[in-house]
Design a protein. Structure first.
Length: 302
């Protein structure tokens, strides 16, 4: 199976060259490397042109800004049909064997008839590459805490797009991501893979995720175990009618359900319907449901 690395860029000159080098230096070389630039105004295009001359890197520049989701959708659409798709962000750095290990794992589960995806943990570093946490999952309270499945995914994202590799069946669902939404492309493809296909994770961090304040696709400013407000703040927010707990997850679930419900199995459909039904409930009802799901799929300490 051939492999396409697909990257979306926008004003990424600061870290872009380092990321390109980490991709070109992989132990398993990609068959093509496609970059879609969202009309950058810094030195990003100059860097892309440099590597176009040195390697089979191809890039296109949008005449007008598309935004993160549509830029990735366009980039994925440019990849050769039938290839595995490995998504890349402009400001990360791949471990040398990231692609090799991801492809090997995807081949183990791949089924051409259904969406299949592999994702991994990340290593969290600062802008100067000082190590902040060896495990991003640990940073956000997801490492060995609970099973990764559709039910836990609906309550909170744990798949980072910059670590993923997709088979052609999942790639075809990429183009159906809605525009002007509050979630990201990796939320959509993760739900698609867990709802309709096979998913495998690699616990080893295969990407250095650089936390620098301008990141788009991952937010690390709070940990789930600390993100909840005090009881007084919670009550005040509910009284004021401003409870937004899980609001983005509900938006994702509703839009995905509306588009794909007829194709869902009864079990998957029930999972979505049960989650969506929580949207009109109180903050406390949502919180209790969240805790029940985490407890149900909690991984016991050895």
């Amino acid at each position: 199976m051939k492999i396409s690395v697909v990257m979306a860029t926008y004003n990424g000159e600061k870290y872009l060259e380092q990321q390109i080098k980490s991709i070109l230096g992989q132990t398993l070389k990609p068959d093509e490397f496609i970059v879609c630039d969202d009309n950058s105004t810094d030195g990003t295009i100059k860097i892309l042109e440099k590597y176009k001359q040195l390697f089979k890197l191809t890039y296109v520049v949008n005449t007008a800004r598309l935004g993160v989701i549509n830029n990735f959708v366009k980039a994925v659409s440019l990849a050769a049909p039938g290839n595995y798709i490995s998504l890349a962000d402009q400001d990360d750095e791949w471990m040398p064997d990231k692609l090799e290990k991801s492809v090997q794992r995807l081949k183990e589960i791949d089924d051409a008839a259904i969406p299949c995806m592999v994702y991994s943990d990340l290593m969290l570093v600062d802008r100067d590459e000082n190590l902040l946490n060896i495990s991003f999952w640990n940073e956000v309270g997801q490492q060995e805490k609970y099973q990764h499945n559709l039910q836990t995914l609906l309550f909170g994202q744990f798949v980072n797009g910059c670590t993923t590799i997709l088979n052609p069946a999942l790639r075809r669902m990429f183009k159906n991501i809605p525009d002007k939404v509050r979630f990201h492309h990796d939320d959509w493809i993760a739900v698609a893979a867990f709802a309709f296909g096979k998913v495998a994770s690699i616990k080893e961090p295969l990407v250095k995720y650089r936390k620098h304040g301008n990141n788009v696709t991952i937010k690390t400013n709070t940990k789930p175990r600390n993100r909840y407000r005090t009881l007084t703040e919670q009550l005040f927010k509910v009284i004021q009618g401003k409870d937004d707990f899980l609001s983005i997850r509900f938006e994702l679930a509703r839009l995905f359900y509306d588009q794909y419900a007829p194709a869902m199995t009864a079990e998957v459909k029930q999972c979505f319907e049960k989650f969506i039904a929580l949207e009109g409930r109180s903050y406390f009802a949502k919180k209790i449901a969240f805790r029940r799901v985490v407890k149900k799929f909690q991984i016991e300490e050895p």
